[in-house]
Design a protein around this ligand. Structure first.
Ligand code: NAP
Length: 308
């Protein structure tokens, strides 16, 4: 689909894209760049890129498609670094979990004639680094594109076709809407997981062994999410502040209502909510976004991949 694709950032998402492009023969050449020489060497050794460059600008030179696969907080500085070497007509995109902040930071650096089309694949795991990727990561997962007003329709359609060829289904929305939707479906759940695991840890040595021993009661599933990459998630919260705070406000109100229901023995309120939420779980399974496998108590293995 593209003669030359450049991956800036060769971690979980960058490497998975490399593997997915190989699987579908989507690129004539895949060129990579990451901050450390160790990551660049590992990417070459694994073979999901054809070559690597020592600078982002060299890697992006002459590419038809450039994909920023780095933490949200550094997208702007990398866009500035590659801007002079971007080819006219090239598509520049990203995979960041926050969209408005990436648009704010990247847009000022995009040269005339380059098509900047922000994106976010809703697929991932709690692992990171160049060895974490696999070709199937995006299969049957959504990829959201947030084209800016006046975006070139042919370029957007080309990027949509690329993501479909990587296995994704594609939807378009505005960056602001994306950030609000993802705040409740991904960002706040991650914050809750980080918080509950932190609280359990603060209980300290008295309960530590019990926390681990009996973790299959529900806690374990939070620990999977709370093991997600610290830098990536720090950047998500710093860059989607307003939407996360808005959703957290609602969350806190609802939590207070539940607290009250428990205090006053209001079983009907609890039963109504738990019945509603069970139906939501079923609709997620029906939509093909998770498997109906029983979870608590089952042994977990590599088969758990493919979720964010
Ligand atoms: P990752 O596995 O930690 O990889 C990040 C990559 O970015 C590494 O290759 C790292 O290079 C490179 N990098 C970091 N800072 C850099 C800098 N200043 N200059 C150049 N390269 C730099 O992270 P990831 O999970 O692939 O996430 C990448 C992006 O995808 C993030 O924006 C994230 O929000 C988004 N995303 C993540 C998921 C998920 O579940 N993980 C899902 C969807 C979208 P070194 O290895 O040399 O440090």
């Amino acid at each position: 689909m593209f003669d030359k694709v450049c991956l800036i950032g060769l971690g979980l998402i960058g490497s998975s894209l490399g593997h997915a492009m190989r699987r579908g023969s989507l690129a004539g050449e895949i060129v990579g760049y990451a901050r450390s020489a160790a990551t660049r060497a590992k990417a070459l050794e694994i073979g999901f890129v054809d070559r690597v460059c020592d600078t982002a600008a060299d890697a992006a030179a002459g590419a038809d498609l450039v994909i920023l696969c780095v933490p949200v907080g550094v997208c702007g500085e990398l866009a500035a670094a590659i801007a002079p070497s971007l080819k006219p007509g090239a598509i520049l995109t990203d995979v960041g979990s926050v969209k408005s902040a990436v648009v704010r930071d990247v847009t000022p650096h995009v040269p005339e004639g380059v098509h900047f089309i922000p994106g976010h694949p809703i697929a991932g795991t709690e692992e990171s680094g160049p060895a974490a990727g696999f070709a199937e990561l995006f299969d049957r997962r959504w990829c959201v594109l947030t084209p800016l007003p006046g975006a070139d329709e042919a370029a957007v359609a080309r990027l949509e076709a690329f993501w479909r060829a990587c296995g994704s289904e594609v939807e378009r929305m505005s960056p602001e809407h994306h950030d609000l939707v993802l705040a409740i479906t991904s960002h706040v759940p991650h914050l809750i997981a980080y918080n509950i695991v932190g609280t359990a840890d603060d209980l300290g040595t008295v309960t530590q062994s019990e926390v681990i021993k009996f973790s299959a009661g529900g806690f374990r599933d939070f620990t999977r999410i709370a093991a997600s990459d610290p830098v990536m998630w720090r950047d998500v919260f710093l860059n989607n502040k307003d939407a996360v705070l808005e959703m957290l406000g609602r969350f806190s109100e609802d939590l207070s209502a539940l607290q009250r229901a428990i205090r006053w023995g209001d079983g009907d309120t609890l039963l109504n909510l738990f019945t509603r939420t069970r139906a939501i779980r079923r609709s997620i399974i029906d939509a093909g976004q998770d498997a109906p496998l029983p979870d608590f108590g089952r042994p977990h293995g590599k088969g758990d991949k493919g979720r964010e």
